[in-house]
Design a protein around this ligand. Sequence first.
Ligand code: GAL
Length: 412
Amino acid sequence: MKIFFLLITCPILMFGQPLKKTGLAPLPPMGWNSWNTFRCGGLNESLVREIADSMVSNGMRDAGYVYVNLDDCWQIGRDENGNILVDSVKFPSGIKALADYVHGKGLKLGIYSDAGLMTCQKRPGSFGYEELDAKTYAEWEVDYLKYDFCFLPKRLEQEPEESRTSSFLRTYLRGPKHYAAVELYTPMAKALAAQERDIVFSICNWGVEEPWKWAGELGQLWRTTGDIRPYFKGFKLKYIGFFSIMKIVNRAHKQQLHLYAGPGRWNDPDMLEVGNGKLTLDENKAHFSMWAMMAAPLLAGNDLSVMPAEILNILTNKKVIAINQDSLGKQGYKADTYHKVQVWVKPLSDNRMAVCFLNPKKKKKFNYDWQRLKLPSEFHAEELWDGSYVSTTLFLQTEIAKHGVKLYLMEK
Ligand code: GAL
């Protein structure tokens, strides 16, 4: 009994208030977010309703996509009491009415704010308003908050060391003038945890200050890179600073990000670009397969109301989704590279695993000795895009498309 009491009170004693509720996002969150297609100008309440309707009618909700997430630009200012004001031209019915609509469809509503003074699109940020904003979101019955990292405040004066109560915070301070990222995210984490409503906290600080090392104490997911763009690899200079699919995948390997993920704490390599830009069908499949392998949140970023059937088929491939949503909650890692093909392995429940061969180069014939993976026993493997079966007793003999994958579910 005493031990139980200590376990419960320890985090509260250290930080005064709990930093995070347990049990939220036991699996990577799935849903849709407005940013990748609609940016600032295209977001409004009729779009969001239309997207929610599409998610129901096209089978996405039943495939597991539940969050309908508003990104930047739903907010316009604050009133004299500091309450956040909704852009009433774009959202004439308000956010609560939208939440009711979305909930009525069996979906959940996500919202967006920023740890700094302003959001990246210069709407009011939550710095200094964390408690008020968290309370407002809870009153509106919001289920998810993405919290960005633009327009950060500087410290006015250096605080005396003793006023910083926890060594956890002190560890991540980067200098007297700046707030450490963890300091800017902590007040909102506490404010959300204090609400009766469960609100998933998505930490969007672009991988700055290695969030995989601290953000799991505060929220359920954290961005690992800058913004994704719908390019498979290398793109024009004007997009420097943005991330292609391969750049994100290679970063996950370099940072060994699989070591930090697990139920309720996910690396977020950014929202999906499936169906966006000029990605080929093979690139879209490879992108979706790798996000499944990386146990990434699956947040579609395309216009769901005008989606071609072949894109819907990718987003709703139940077997690929099951790799992502496996109850073990392990993130895949790169286990081998052979003739420039990357071989990723994701341990799954019931002694199964997924193996993904990712070809960043031209189409090629590919022969592979499964024993390179030091498999504990023989496996039967089903390729999840073409439905073919192989056994690991024989060499794999296949062909992989340019920028394509072969994704195997391996069972004994
Ligand atoms: C970026 C963020 C994007 C999007 C955008 C909105 O900082 O990484 O995902 O939210 O801000 O302004």
